[in-house]
Design a protein around this ligand. Structure first.
Ligand code: GLY
Length: 377
């Protein structure tokens, strides 16, 4: 089992997304993009990956490249800062990395985002390759060239669009992914289906058991489908001038919850909560039917994603949503669904309306068992 998805940038081939079951073809793929033995390589990984899989990757890479070093940092969103990037710059300078050398981002979204940002800025840009290991990074964050770090209380506030030279996945590593991290990836996957494909949404429902059991063939099929949706969007709108904003479905309230929970909840879990709120708003004030709204909530629950935020005040969530960077002229760019598979930007939602969606997912107003649609939240 293996697959390859080409990604173009402004119409020209830019990089390949390779889905493999091991690292056997990594060197061949690196050579195919022009990597030479005498390039220095720095593998960037967090403390979890360091324990579990760094030596396996390092052995493969060291068999080809003359100089391979690694840079490790404490796992978690709290490390996605300019401070961690500075430490990485220091490591590269100490080891005399120049513009021809290479960074490998080995891990989840935090690793990919901060390594990509370091690659975009070190010596005004050196090559980097994404080796995503979490489901979320495989289907979403490793594709499309968004790189960056959090700054003060703002998520992804400082960054750059900078494309990787290659995205290489060893899907067998998914078997060691903790259940909550797997659920986070499912959050982004359900997002892809909600915004772009009712067929894919139904496929996810039909294959839910196999997905939950991590059946390798079904996982590969699912990852290919999600990568293709993401690829198609970023090819049409690489710098988020329009359509790419649809990928932020669930993220406005999701980012607010993530910040307020002091990163106790993981990104994909917060996106689940944000999507539940956005579906409720789409149903109350837009065209989404109650049946479709229920179907999304039920799929989120089926994949162990929370659909309510515990112990946060509605006003605080609204305030944090307003400070999300995804605003134009001070207005929140809210993504709503007209139907499953059809999303659009809604720039004119009023605070009272957004508060209704927030109340739907906040513990102040909902029972922990069920969010009741059609009733006063
Ligand atoms: N994860 C959203 C995007 O890449 O645009």
């Amino acid at each position: 089992m293996s697959a390859s998805i080409p990604v173009t940038y402004h119409g020209a081939f830019c990089y390949e997304i390779c889905l493999e079951q091991d690292f056997k073809r990594l060197i061949e793929k690196l050579a195919s993009i022009g990597c030479k033995r005498d390039q220095k390589v720095c593998i960037v990984a967090d403390s979890n990956l360091e324990k579990l899989h760094l030596s396996a990757l390092s052995d493969v890479v060291s068999a080809y490249f003359d100089v391979v070093i690694s840079f490790c940092f404490p796992a978690g969103e709290a490390s996605k800062t300019i401070d961690t990037v500075q430490k990485l710059y220091a490591k590269l300078i100490e080891n005399q990395f120049d513009r021809h050398d290479l960074l490998l981002a080995f891990g989840g979204g935090v690793t990919g985002d901060l390594t990509g940002f370091a690659a975009a800025t070190y010596l005004r840009g050196i090559d980097f390759v994404q080796i995503p290991t979490s489901l979320l990074s495989q289907v979403d964050s490793s594709i499309g060239g968004k790189t960056g770090v959090d700054f003060w209380q703002y998520k992804n506030m400082v960054g750059a669009f900078y494309q990787p030279r290659l995205v290489y996945m060893n899907l067998s590593l998914l078997h060691t992914l903790p259940a909550n991290q797997f659920a986070c990836g499912m959050g982004e996957i359900i997002k892809h289906a909600c915004i772009k494909s009712a067929d894919y949404f139904n496929w996810l429902k039909t294959h839910a058991d196999d997905i939950r059991n991590r059946n390798p063939q079904i996982l590969e099929e699912m990852i290919v489908k999600s990568c293709e949706i993401k690829r198609d969007v970023v090819e049409r709108d690489p710098k988020e001038q329009g359509e790419r904003a649809l990928l932020n479905f669930g993220h406005t309230i999701g980012h607010a919850v993530e910040k307020l929970s002091a990163f106790q909840l993981l990104h994909g879990q917060c996106v689940g909560i944000g999507m539940a709120a956005a579906c409720f708003l789409s149903c109350q004030f837009g065209r989404l039917t109650k049946e479709d709204c229920d179907a999304v909530l039920s799929l989120l629950r089926q994949f162990d994603l929370p659909v309510f935020a515990d112990g946060l005040s509605d006003e605080d969530i609204l305030l944090a949503s307003r400070s999300d960077k995804k605003r134009i002229a001070g207005k929140i760019q809210f993504i709503v669904l007209d139907a499953i598979g059809h999303a659009r930007i809604e720039p004119d939602l009023k605070d009272e309306q957004i508060l209704t969606g927030i109340a739907f997912v906040s513990s102040c107003h909902t029972t922990k068992q069920e969010n009741q649609i059609g009733e006063e939240p």
